[in-house]
Design a protein around this ligand. Structure first.
Ligand SMILES: *Cc1c(COP(=O)(O)O)cnc(C)c1O
Length: 380
């Protein structure tokens, strides 16, 4: 038996649209497919302005440039996240101030943010872990109170929502001043490598386009707003080619179908594993009332690292790949000596105990039921 952890799903139209993009003779960035994707995202989720990027990492780096992060500025973020959430700000000289994970979820502990704000704080970067919303009312209240910006790391959060105290349901990525998405092949919607910056605070819209186009006002030129284009700011080559955008378009067209299938897989895991998890004191994902579930991943929280290793090895012997996730950034070889020394108990706990189960569109019910049966058979 061989059940991988992830398997990219193809709708079948990817190569058709890529052929079309190639046939138009314009395969560099910001062509027909890029603009179709931008428009779709803006209309579907209420983002202010969207710019496709070559990765979420790039979108986060654009955000750091846009917020004009300077050496010594402080950025508040969870330690339990992917390297890029942090690295994008370190590239501009920021000092990272890590927040512990929540007691009941691996994402940022929203209640611990305010005490970490100083006069040097420039931004808060909440990560919607597993596509499940952070408490955005609280994050935005703190940000507004102290005049700092919010960049949502929505890498895993496509098609996921947050219902605020006002009762309004908003798409994740539409709430912070800026938000970054990923279309890496491990996410729900993919283009191999790929990402997007969503700009909700429109004061950043014009400059974002310039940074995106290598620091030039090329986009204004092509719209006929200026009669020549040149170097007007810093920037980089953040925009993907039309080949990537064409691939992504094929995925977006099928998003409802993809999301429905993933949600079925998630619910099947949850319902069939619940009694077993309760019996062995294993934690299950918790979806707060304010959050929707975009079925990005299914994870368990083991009692300790030994129990997790035991499960991983036992499943591996049956050809099933279950994997752990992030290693705390505050204890990473690169950042440990720069961290302020606070111990982040919950972050460390998730680093040692979180286990992700095989999760992909093509995971059929019989294979999934084998994963479940093998888990239940594990000698704990
Ligand atoms: C996947 C991921 C990223 C990085 O995305 P890329 O598109 O691979 O650069 C950043 N942050 C989080 C939380 C992620 O899950």
């Amino acid at each position: 038996m061989n059940i991988p952890f992830n398997k990219p799903y193809l709708t079948g139209n990817e190569t058709i649209y890529i052929q079309d993009a190639v046939a138009t003779g314009k395969i560099s960035g910001n062509g027909k497919y890029t603009q179709k994707c931008h428009k779709w995202f803006e209309e579907s989720y209420g983002f202010g302005k969207c710019l496709l990027t070559t990765s979420c990492t790039d979108a986060l780096e654009m955000a750091a440039i846009l917020l004009d992060i300077q050496p010594g500025d402080e950025v508040i973020l969870p330690s339990y996240t992917f390297v890029s959430t942090a690295n994008a700000f370190v590239l501009r000289g920021a000092k990272l101030v890590f927040v512990d994970s929540g007691k009941e979820h691996p994402g940022i502990d929203e209640e611990s943010i305010e005490e970490l704000i100083t006069h040097k704080t420039k931004a808060i970067v909440p990560v919607h872990y597993a596509g499940v919303a952070c408490n955005m009312d609280l994050v935005m209240e703190i940000a507004n109170k102290y005049g700092v910006f919010v960049v949502e790391d929505a890498a895993q959060a496509i098609d996921s929502f947050y219902t605020g105290k006002d009762g309004i349901k908003r798409a994740l990525g539409s709430i912070g001043h800026l938000a970054a998405f990923s279309f890496h092949e491990t996410k729900n919607i993919i283009s191999g490598e790929g990402g997007m910056l969503a700009i909700n605070d429109m004061q950043f819209a014009k400059r974002a386009e310039i940074i995106w186009e290598k620091g030039t006002n090329r986009s204004s030129f092509f719209r006929g707003e200026v009669d020549k284009y040149g170097w007007v700011d810093i920037g980089s080559s953040f925009l993907p080619s039309e080949v990537i955008a064409a691939f992504l378009w094929a995925q977006l067209e099928n998003i409802q179908h993809i999301q429905m299938r993933r949600l079925n897989i998630w619910v099947n895991y949850y319902e069939k594993l619940k009694p077993w998890a309760e019996k062995y004191g294993i934690g299950m994902p918790i979806i707060p009332d304010f959050a929707s579930n975009n079925a990005h991943m299914f994870y368990l929280v083991c009692k300790n690292v030994e129990q997790r290793s035991k499960i991983i090895m036992s499943l591996k012997a049956d050809g099933i790949l279950a994997v752990f996730h992030y290693l705390s950034l505050h204890t990473s070889p690169f950042y440990e000596s720069k961290h302020d020394g606070r111990i982040l108990h919950e972050t460390n706990r998730f680093t040692n105990s979180l286990l992700r189960l095989p999760f992909y569109f093509d995971l059929n019910e019989s294979d999934q039921n084998i994963v479940i049966a093998k888990l239940i058979e594990c000698d704990l």
